[in-house]
Design a protein around this ligand. Structure first.
Ligand SMILES: Nc1ncnc2c1ncn2[C@@H]1O[C@H](COP(=O)(O)OP(=O)(O)O)[C@@H](O)[C@H]1O
Ligand SMILES: [Mg+2]
Length: 204
């Protein structure tokens, strides 16, 4: 039985996911809520090893191999970290999850979307987040915020960026109840206000 909440933060690198997640975590903690901050890929333990491969391996990685590495990490993460926390009543704030795979590997790299949906659901044991924020920014703004140190995923170029961005917007159209798009080109404070507003509305 579910007792807590599972909230995911999505969008391009540099859109402000981690910033907004941390601010919301502080806010919820002040309210006395029990929270868990986590991320994909690679939260803890085995996940950290997988993350290192996914973000830093500089040899050839086939698109399908990359896809399955993300899914392997996800299964481990859901089973050992997210589900126990939700069952104990925590609010889980997760930096990237299923929609990253659909946006990046599906819309970005061209892996079949239906196949991704099925395998995402296999990896999560059919669990979807209760609420998902997509922080929407243009390529230029994101690149400016990311600065110079790019990892393997961030180095893929602006055509790729735009496919991923459109992918997220398409997902939000398909699941408007779960996925909320926020204009993330605004100030950190303005974006956070909207995050809180959406969350309060959701739990009401
Ligand atoms: N709304 C914003 N306006 C300006 N800078 C921002 C904003 N949100 C985040 N940043 C800055 O941009 C950089 C990337 O933000 P971050 O939260 O790490 O993005 P992500 O986790 O999505 O990659 C950080 O230096 C952060 O301080
Ligand atoms: Mg981040």
């Amino acid at each position: 039985m579910q007792k807590g909440l599972f909230i995911t933060f999505e969008g391009a690198d540099g859109c402000g996911k981690t910033t907004q997640l941390n601010l919301l975590a502080q806010y919820l903690e002040k309210q006395g809520k029990e929270i868990l901050v986590t991320r994909e890929p690679g939260a803890k333990g085995l996940g950290e090893k997988l993350r290192e491969i996914l973000l830093n391996y500089d040899g050839e990685v086939s698109d399908r191999c990359e896809f399955f590495l993300f899914l392997a990490d996800r299964a481990q993460h859901i089973d050992t970290i997210v589900t126990p926390a939700i069952q104990s009543g925590k609010i889980v704030l997760c930096d990237r999850h299923i929609d990253s795979t659909t946006a990046y590997q599906g819309y970005g790299r061209g892996i079949d979307i239906d196949r991704i949906n099925k395998l995402n659901m296999a990896a999560t044991n059919n669990k979807k987040p209760d609420l998902t924020f997509v922080f929407d920014v243009d390529a230029k703004t994101a690149a400016k915020r990311v600065g110079k140190s790019k990892d393997r995923m961030e180095s893929a170029g602006s055509a790729f960026f735009n496919r991923v961005r459109q992918g997220y917007l398409e997902l939000a159209k398909q699941e408007p109840e779960r996925i909320k798009v926020i204009n993330a080109a605004r100030s950190i404070e303005e974006v956070q206000e909207e995050v809180k507003k959406i969350l309060l509305n959701f739990v009401k």
